[in-house]
Design a protein around this ligand. Sequence first.
Ligand code: ATP
Length: 716
Amino acid sequence: MRLKKLEISGFKSFANKTTLEFPTTISAVVGPNGSGKSNVVDAIRWVLGEQGLKNLRSKSGADLIWAGSAIKPSQGKASVSLHFDNGDGFFPVDFDEVVIGRKIYRDGDNEYYLNNSQVRLKDIVELLARSKLGLRGHSIVNQGSADEILKALPKERRGILEEALGLREFQLKKTEAETKLLETGANLDQTANLINEISPHLRSLKRQAEKFQKRESLVGDLNECENKFFGIKIKSILAEKNANQSVREEFREKILMAKNNFEASEKIFEDRIAKFSQTGAESAKMEESLDALNTERQKITRELGRAEGLIESARNNNIGNAKTLEAVLAIKIKYWAKRLDAALALSETGSIRESLKGLADEIKTIRDYFEKGNIAKILALVNLADLEEKTDNPHERDAFDLKRKLFAVEKQIEDAKNILQKIRSEEIEWRNQYSDLQKEMEVARRAYMSIQEAARSVELEEEKINLKEADLKSEMWGSNKNYEEFCDTMLPNFAIADFSNDLENKIIKLRREISEIGNIDEETLREYEETNRRHEFLTKEFSDLERAVGSLKNLIGDLAERIGGDFEVGLIKINEEFDRYFKSMFGGGSAKLAIETAEEKESGVAININMPKKRIRDLNALSGGERSLVSIALLFAIVSASQPPFLVLDEVDAALDEDNAVRFAKVLKNLAEKTQFVLITHNRSTMETANVLYGVTMGDDGASKLFSLKLEDAVV
Ligand code: ATP
């Protein structure tokens, strides 16, 4: 690696863009006081990431930007870039040239660049640390600060030495690991606290959740048992219902039959009663009219008797009147003669015979009546109208009328008697049938009643089953089960099982256990799950953090060991060179860096000197020049041991006398074999070591101006 060039623009007194090329191992910048030489060093320090404004001799970021002069206006930003040849891969990046850049604006904003890409300050710091370049070591030694290492506290001194020995990278890592360890430790504590905080609550929630789980499992068991239990019960009820249903149907048919039977016999009985009452009325009516007829007959008979008496007396008085019967027969004979003529006039013999037969029969009947002396009957056979004109006796006519009436009344009586007779015989028959029918009807009624009675017991049974069913429904409802739904969904798949007391006892036991557990809020369960998840997360986090703490501790231990080990080795080398340079500069004596407490890995470093010919051991007792010599001896020792790629020294040689300046230049030349130097000097011997000389002057515009110089010009 080699420093190639420095570009400055708008930085401090370098208002104009200025480029310093560093083509060789030693470059020197010379110029009058206040021309801006140290600003070059500041520019290098700044671009390498310096954050301390004091180290840049400024109070604010804006002080780093060209402030302007009477004739040259101020600028809004300052930029510096430092170019390195990375052909040897010194920087662990894939570029042959590495350019580190930095810009600052008046508002104080800083931008960092690596090969023109904007990066973070951290990236620059890490890159430099990895490359063993840094600000705290002796890469850059400001004007008047060469003895800073002498002034530094032992701990600070150790830091400077570590950086010079390239241990800064590890130190950074270690610091980073320590910061992380602190953070992780704090997180670990916080996590432990959180775990401790939620643990008791979680335990209580867990107990609840376990209860809930137990309850869930009991509820599951209960559900299973209840399903079985209800299934058995429903099956049995349905079977009972079915059986009862068929019995009911049988009964329904029987009842219907018995009813029909009863109603039929009842109807017969009633019909008969109705008929009988009608017959009774008829017979009463008949009897009534018979009575009336009899009365009529008596009346007529009486009148007839009176008329016959009158006739008899008339007969006695008038014989002509005694021929009434003969007159009747005479008329009859006339009539028969007419009919005989008419019959004989008929053309058909069959009809004649028939007509004659009629006549003969009639005559025979009359003869029979005549022989028996039944005159009334003979008279009845005669159409009395035919006789009306034939009688002249008014009593006979009355008698005749009366007889005719009597005849009619007797005929009516005869008919009435016949009817009455018939009614009576029917009545007798009915009386005989009545009790049979009544018995029959009673039997049918009883049969109907008893079958109804029997049916009522079946209905009662049905009622009982319905009650049982209703009880079961409400019991199921209490178990959050719907009877109908159960029948639809569960029952079809229900395996036939027998009812057992064990099952019922188990249900009772499960219900008791569930009620003992009581109701558990589902919210609690959710809270348990959430808290448990959080607890698990925290526990995992805790063990991750514990592991992280462990590995950070290991890392810190390893780094401390490495830093300590490398530091000790580096210190031995530095001590060899320190002692050698000291002896050479002071012409004797000895010098040594010592770790203050060897047991402590990171304890500070003390400087022990032994001046030749003097008994001075305290650094504060040295003269300014002596201090400067000790500082330079130590600087050279560090550079010899650590061999930094470049070193910027700002008037480190200012306090040296002629001899020491020559010695300084000589050592510089030796060291330049390994390390590139940029020197700010007023010293001729030093200038003589440089291959390139730059002159800086302050222009009329108040801005620094740079130009190349020959040695002769420089020392004039
Ligand atoms: P010496 O040899 O005395 O140490 P030097 O050459 O190292 O001097 P520097 O300290 O580099 O000088 O430069 C100081 C000069 O830079 C001063 O004149 C100062 O006014 C000027 N300067 C510093 N900051 C700014 C700025 N922001 N703008 C303009 N000029 C500035």
